[in-house]
Design a protein around this ligand. Structure first.
Ligand code: SF4
Length: 185
């Protein structure tokens, strides 16, 4: 998963640079409107990586804050529980959906649903290139992935299958997350 995150970031940066949009991206540290109602799809493999990160790779104080926030997460809430003090508390392992979302022009306003207000300002990435960056995940279910043509229908089918295994944030079983990954009863 971490390798897929790394390749996705690299692909996103390359596309922003070659399209000339890099300088126009409005997203900044501290701007968190999109995390307050993201309804983002979280892949099953991402949840596992996030759970491992919180359990084993961050300090006790931040872990305490995250767990408290997750415990208080209301069912069907669309706000992301990993947003703490207006910053992503799991930035290194944030989902692919967060890594690939960028707006140009203005920063999002609190509560703004950009799908209704400024869909045209959302950066559209090349889906073929984004699929190619998923090969470390495809490798988990297809051992010959290195030899595969990433535009081949079989590869695309596998990449599509991986990304279809997701749960929208508002439907996440946060109690299950706490029990399964954090050992909470
Ligand atoms: S995981 Fe991080 S970047 Fe993604 S919505 Fe949550 S707080 Fe925002």
């Amino acid at each position: 998963m971490l390798k897929a995150f790394e390749l996705t970031d690299k692909t996103v940066q390359e596309q922003l640079a070659t399209s000339g949009l890099k300088e126009k991206v409005a997203c900044r540290k501290g701007c968190s409107a999109c995390c307050e109602q993201p309804e983002l799809p979280i892949l099953n493999a991402e949840i596992e990586t996030i759970g491992d990160h919180i359990k084993n790779r961050i300090g006790r104080e931040l872990r305490r804050k995250i767990l408290k926030k997750v415990e208080r997460q209301k069912p069907s809430s669309m706000a992301c529980p990993f947003l703490i003090d207006k910053a992503c508390s799991i930035y290194a392992v944030r989902p692919l959906a967060c890594r690939t979302f960028h707006m140009v022009g203005l920063q999002c306003r609190p509560g703004e649903n950009i799908l209704n207000t400024r869909f045209e300002d959302m950066v559209m990435l090349d889906s073929q290139k984004m699929n190619e960056a998923l090969w470390p995940m495809v490798a988990l279910i297809e051992e010959n992935v290195e030899k595969m043509d990433k535009q081949d229908s079989k590869y695309l089918e596998l990449a599509g299958f991986i990304t279809s295994q997701n749960t929208p944030l508002s439907q996440m079983d946060w109690d299950g997350f706490l029990k399964y990954y954090m050992g909470k009863k």
